[in-house]
Design a protein around this ligand. Sequence first.
Ligand code: BTN
Length: 266
Amino acid sequence: MDQQIISHLLEKHPWLPTTQILDCVDSTNTFAKELARQGAPAGTVVIADRQRAGRGRLGRSFLSPGGVGIYFSVVLRPNCPPQSLMHLTCAVGTAMCNAIERACGIRPGIKWTNDLVIGTKKLGGILTELNVNPTTKLVEYAIVGIGINCKQKEADFDESIRNMACSIEMSTGKQVDRNTLICEMVRSMYALNQNLLSDKSQIMASYRRDCITLGKHISVVRGTDIRHGIAQDIDEDGALIVAYENGSVEAVQSGEVSIRGLYGYV
Ligand code: BTN
């Protein structure tokens, strides 16, 4: 990860002046949130080589060793009600598939809602956090965080996740240039910020194409309650439409549940 190369590749990009490359931070999301709280503009990007306390969805941690991954957060200020941003995580997912495809020549899939996968293994994840103004009820800022495993070898992953995790290099057999991928991520997030609210149906059509969960037998896990069904569709807000074995159909919102493939991780 090299500041000078990234500055050169992103020359004249509107977000270059607000992009920071750090060696190590607790969490780029937490860091970006603090900048947003202090008034940092939309397009403030924080990238770290390593995180001491990377965070995932549902209170999980996200392992973030140095030299091998990309830990990336960006501040957005969409100035709309939170209900209009239900598709944000999906939009980021499909935008990241575009970025990885352009930089590395492989298009990942997405395990609903926020896991980037190749084959049956997780390559990265997305954590979006919203701050709503209590008076206006509008989103003051959204922090979008993305973690991508780029250069790990199988042995680099802890034994407990080894059969579920992968990196881009493991999948392609080719070296990943993290500087190039970071620039494509910035470009994809810039484009997303331009069309997030205006191109919702196109974005969701692209997400449905990328989502590998559709059509699969899945289990919906809410605490100790586990229900089996088939993932039928994804609605315009990114909810997963699940047809259960008893014939009932439910729109499952992201965030409230964890989805498992019945036959392994995906
Ligand atoms: C998940 O898999 O549940 C989401 C993982 C999100 C990880 C990224 S890494 C950059 C940003 N900073 C964090 O602390 N988390 C996100």
